[in-house]
Design a protein around this ligand. Structure first.
Ligand SMILES: Nc1ncnc2c1ncn2[C@@H]1O[C@H](COP(=O)(O)OP(=O)(O)OP(=O)(O)O)[C@@H](O)[C@H]1O
Length: 499
């Protein structure tokens, strides 16, 4: 096995020394996993690569960077086509313009013509985190639905968490704001009146709740023509939400167009995905293309568990320059860290699947608005959540999977760090290792993706702080180049608070 040190470089490119590790600490308890979600019936999900196109240059020019990225064919933000080339309805073009989406990204430019071709064909689309997959499938849905029949449900989107479903609802409202008769049913626990028929043209929800409303005949599926699975690899993973999604699928018209989207499609899910969406057009990425260039991936070697907490608190000042997400393994540790940090005078909040729905909506709304800057969470928020001012992600616990949590969870690592570095922005991820298991886990993840992790030396705290601050400041400076993101976040927030 390759050694972590072989994957670790200093920012100047030189190698760093390997560091000693201590023995594994005892396992922790209840995590928010897809399996939890399936059992409860409620979806709970919840390199220092300086090679980016100018993103890491000291004299970084924020104003030109997004358009420069979109000009550069090598980036996922470039598209050979314009929105106008895609033959979209005028009201959708207006919606995209209003969001200041000047040009399609690569996944948008490539997937839309395929999704809109006639006769409709299934699609599997993979693209890095934060590259605009949501707008791609939302634009396809809004193109396909016949809004002159507004009381017939025609499109169904499934997402693994209530937060992601609400966010997608917000994006549909934002892109579709000029569409007459636009209405969306949020099929998440607590959002729909019990027993009341769902008569909106678009339905967005979590698989458990959607299965429920179909079984209770609240949702008439006979006119559904498009089914989207966001985070499809997670949704089709048979150890998690796969069963629920398959049950929903069997209740839908057999000829429905199926669209599968994710940043990751591991081999073991891919075959199953192709059966779920037969004869699909497919846009795939190589493993080496999966990491987002703008995210500086770092790690800290913590002597033990208690030091992890001390180091976390030392990072608090940096966390609050922008916004930060701290990922931990279990709900219990999220609660404990929140309580300890609060007692130590830091303003943080915890969000996980043990909270009740309305409280989850409120906590995320406060984070989106910037009222809360530091969020401690579990894998429930690892996927899809889009808050462009998140400049730092901390993997307090390295994501693991397998029967006894002994294998690193490569996909979850990628999705977690992808909460920063949205649509060409820069961001930092810092992973904590504190024992043999976490050290080896991170090592395997780095090898898997070919990541050059930068080690932050806590012996020289000023230097470590400078390295992180450098990136975060750039993220803050980029706020001006993604006004659209702010808009769609406000929409998402509005969606969550109105229904
Ligand atoms: N064409 C565009 N021009 C400018 N901004 C865009 C464009 N398309 C999407 N965005 C913005 O990019 C951000 C990321 O988009 P989105 O959430 O769809 O990414 P994603 O690929 O679904 O990410 P993830 O894999 O994390 O789910 C959003 O804030 C969105 O508003």
């Amino acid at each position: 096995m390759a050694d972590l040190a072989s994957r670790i470089t200093k920012p100047d490119g030189s190698a760093v020394e390997n560091t000693p590790v201590v023995e594994a600490s005892p396992m922790e308890a209840s995590s928010d996993t897809a399996a939890d979600a399936a059992v409860s019936g409620e979806a709970q999900f919840d390199s220092a690569d300086a090679g980016g196109p100018g993103l890491h240059e000291p004299d970084y020019d924020v104003e030109v960077s997004l358009s420069a990225l979109q000009e550069n064919e090598a980036t996922p933000f470039h598209s050979a086509t314009t929105w106008e080339d895609l033959n979209l309805k005028p009201e959708l073009l207006k919606g995209l313009q209003a969001l200041n989406f000047l040009k399609p990204s690569k996944v948008q430019g490539k997937s839309l013509p395929l999704m809109l071709s006639d006769p409709p064909r299934n699609m599997l689309a993979q693209s890095q985190s934060g590259t605009g997959k949501t707008a791609a499938f939302v634009t396809a849905i809004l193109s396909r639905v016949d809004f002159s029949q507004p009381d017939k449900p025609q499109a169904l989107v499934l997402a693994p968490s209530r937060e992601l479903a609400r966010q997608i609802e917000g994006v549909i409202k934002a892109i579709g704001r000029f569409v007459e008769n636009l209405a969306i049913a949020p099929a998440v626990p607590g959002a729909l009146a019990p027993g009341e028929p769902v008569r909106m043209p678009v339905v967005v929800g979590t698989p458990g709740r959607v299965q429920d409303i179909i079984r209770r005949r609240q949702l008439d599926v006979s006119n559904l023509r498009v089914l989207v699975l966001d985070e499809a690899d997670n949704m089709l993973d048979q150890q998690g939400l796969g069963d629920q999604c398959m049950r929903v699928r069997t209740m839908l018209p057999p000829e429905i167009q199926v669209l599968l989207f994710s940043a990751t499609f591991p081999e073991k899910v891919l075959n199953y995905a192709m059966k779920f969406a037969p004869n699909a057009h497919s846009l795939k990425l190589q493993r080496s293309e999966l990491t987002v260039k703008g995210i500086s991936q770092m790690f800290i070697d913590c002597p033990n568990n208690e030091e992890k907490y001390t180091i976390l608190c030392r990072l608090y000042g940096l966390m609050t320059i922008g916004q930060s997400v701290i990922f931990v393994k279990t709900r219990e540790s999220a609660n404990i860290i929140e309580q300890r940090m609060t007692a130590d005078g830091h303003k943080v909040s915890a969000l996980h699947a043990a909270f009740e729905g309305a409280q989850r909506d409120e906590l995320l709304a406060k984070f989106r608005s910037g009222e809360n800057k530091v969020l401690i969470t579990t894998n429930v928020l690892a996927r899809g959540i889009d808050v462009s001012s998140v400049s730092m992600v901390i993997n307090y616990d390295i994501p693991m999977k397998g029967r006894s949590d002994d294998e690193p969870d490569h996909e979850t690592y990628l999705h977690r760090i992808g909460r920063t570095g949205r649509f060409g922005r820069v961001g930092v991820s810092i992973s904590f290792v504190s024992d043999k298991k976490s050290y080896q886990g991170l090592n395997k993840i780095a090898t898997h993706y070919g990541i050059d992790l930068v080690k932050l030396d806590t012996e020289d705290w000023d230097d470590a702080e400078e390295k992180v601050k450098d990136v975060i400041k750039k993220n803050r400076a980029q706020a001006s180049y993604a006004p659209s993101a702010t808009d769609s976040q406000k929409q998402a927030q509005a969606a969550a608070s109105t229904s």
